[in-house]
Design a protein around this ligand. Structure first.
Ligand code: VGL
Ligand code: ZN
Length: 211
């Protein structure tokens, strides 16, 4: 059997998702030391950044009479509305200072189209527009992606599910993620990931291995 070639995908470890940020994920900062440890066992490391224009369609303040965490129906389906976050080039959109990024080979930015959100690192919410990540990984013969970062139930889960659909082996490193957990979204995300065949692991199971 051909040896699997793996990459670590570090999803959206950005200031706005950390405590004090615009869309803070509870204990979001606690993923940072865990990720800095698991990084050491990967030869291939990819970062992602949520990267929205200032009038992005996912921002609640772009919809009259709507509040954050409500939903609207857009051309591509239901969209949860968020407080404005990760505006391009803002401090909130910057990667966390304490995250060790020197080993990363590429940064994929997503959610930059004004009319389309993109939780997934692979495909935008319309399921058509590509971020280019699939081509990048396939060109480099990478067939297994390990996911960590924020948030478990949105950008991590959507990336994991798309990864499976696109033919990758996918493993989520649970203790290297934290969730938003909106109306049971975390349990729902783990259920969908399990059904799709996403592997769930802990950083302690990875440390010490050569991946
Ligand atoms: C995310 C909500 C909105 C995430 C990004 O990174 O999980 N969640 N934008
Ligand atoms: Zn976003």
């Amino acid at each position: 059997m051909a040896k699997s070639k793996a990459a670590l995908l570090i999803i959206d470890v950005q200031n706005d998702f950390l405590p004090g940020g615009a869309l803070a994920v509870a204990d979001g900062d606690q993923v940072i030391p865990v990720i800095n440890r698991v990084l050491q066992v990967f030869d291939n490391v990819v970062l992602t950044q949520d990267w929205h224009p200032t009038d992005h369609v996912s921002f609640a303040d772009q919809h009259d009479g709507k509040a954050a965490f409500e939903t609207v129906t857009l051309a591509y389906g239901e969209q949860t509305l968020w407080p404005r976050h990760c505006v391009q080039a803002s401090v909130g959109a910057a990667l966390a200072d304490d995250l060790q990024t020197s080993q990363a080979q590429v940064t994929i930015r997503k959610g930059y189209n004004q009319r389309v959100d993109s939780y997934s690192a692979f495909l935008e919410a319309d399921k058509k527009l590509s971020t280019g990540l699939t081509g990048y990984l396939k060109d480099r013969a990478i067939n297994h992606v390990y996911l960590c970062g924020l948030a478990t139930d949105f950008c991590v889960a959507w990336s994991a599910l798309d990864g499976i659909r696109l033919g990758f082996d996918v493993t989520v490193i649970e203790d290297a993620t934290r969730a938003i957990d909106l109306d049971g979204s975390l349990a729902q995300a783990w259920l969908m990931m399990a059904q799709a065949g996403v592997h769930r692991t802990q950083s302690s199971d990875i440390l010490g291995q050569a991946i």
